[in-house]
Design a protein around this ligand. Structure first.
Ligand code: SAM
Length: 249
């Protein structure tokens, strides 16, 4: 056999493979990278078999699936994208943060959500928690007190096709009476007491998850349950650190 043949055949095979195997674009490669990051985030930060720093792992499969689905990197500023799936809160501007993934998943699990539920969130921030909720329920109403954050979250959620989320600019201490009562309410900023209007807007049988504690005190993530007869039971779940609930109340 001639030596030219030895060069020609591998070159031909290489060429055929190059046209046969679909090439990944830069965008596809980036999506694959973030998908792998999300898988890793769920496996290492919230698995119930791994108990770290006194954490209680998240068991609810639907919640874990939602955490795998929501593109967290779309909810953080460009400067934070490389940290989007790390085990920490991140700055989103205006002195505010997007919560740590584990806290988002844990609070979501506490709400025991069903497909037909209507949920109120106070503290839209980036819109990430609202998107996780929107993966699980019929509709999410979310209120944000900083106008710029409220507007950017609204645009982001629309761009990502979250049609079952309605964002409003305002003071969430007073809830959103127009759409009440809610099956569940989640508050992602800490007041020093449980806002009575939010208790009032919760359905009998509904649950609220809220960090409670003053600016310089330890805050407790509190689960509030409204019983069928309208009475309230509270349970402190764990110490947390959230930005304060602001406003004029
Ligand atoms: N849930 C957000 C996310 O997924 O990005 C993170 C929320 S951040 C920890 C708390 C948010 O609550 C901030 O954006 C803050 O401006 C907002 N906030 C504080 N007080 C509020 C109030 N009274 N009503 C509505 N939003 C409030």
């Amino acid at each position: 056999m001639k030596p030219r043949f030895f060069i020609f055949v591998p070159l031909l095979i290489g060429f055929l493979l190059a046209i046969a195997i679909p090439q990944l674009s830069n965008g596809d490669r980036r999506d694959e990278h973030y998908k792998a990051e999300r898988e890793k985030m769920v496996a290492t930060q919230m698995d119930w078999r791994i108990v770290r720093d006194g954490r209680i792992g998240v068991k609810d499969k639907r919640v874990l699936e939602a955490m795998r689905r929501v593109l967290r990197h779309e909810f953080v500023p460009d400067s934070q994208k490389s940290h989007a799936y790390s085990d920490s809160p991140l700055p989103i501007g205006y002195d505010q943060t997007i919560s740590q993934p584990y806290i988002v998943a844990y609070m979501t699990e506490l709400l025991k959500l069903k497909k037909e539920h209507k949920v109120l969130e106070v503290g839209t921030g980036s819109g990430y928690q609202a998107a996780v909720l929107a993966e699980l329920v019929h509709h999410v109403y979310t209120i944000e007190i900083i106008k710029e954050l409220s507007e950017s979250a609204k645009k982001r959620l629309k761009h990502l096709d979250y049609e079952n989320v309605t964002v409003r600019f305002g003071d969430g201490y007073y809830g959103w009476e127009e759409h009440a009562p809610y099956d569940a309410i989640v508050i992602t900023a800490a007041p020093d007491h449980i806002p009575p209007p939010l208790v009032q807007q919760l359905k009998p049988g509904g649950v609220m998850c809220i960090p409670v504690g003053g600016r310089f005190q330890i805050q407790n993530l509190t689960l509030v349950q409204k019983t069928a007869d309208g009475s309230i039971k509270t349970k402190q779940m764990m110490p947390v650190r959230f930005v304060p609930l602001t406003g004029k109340h």
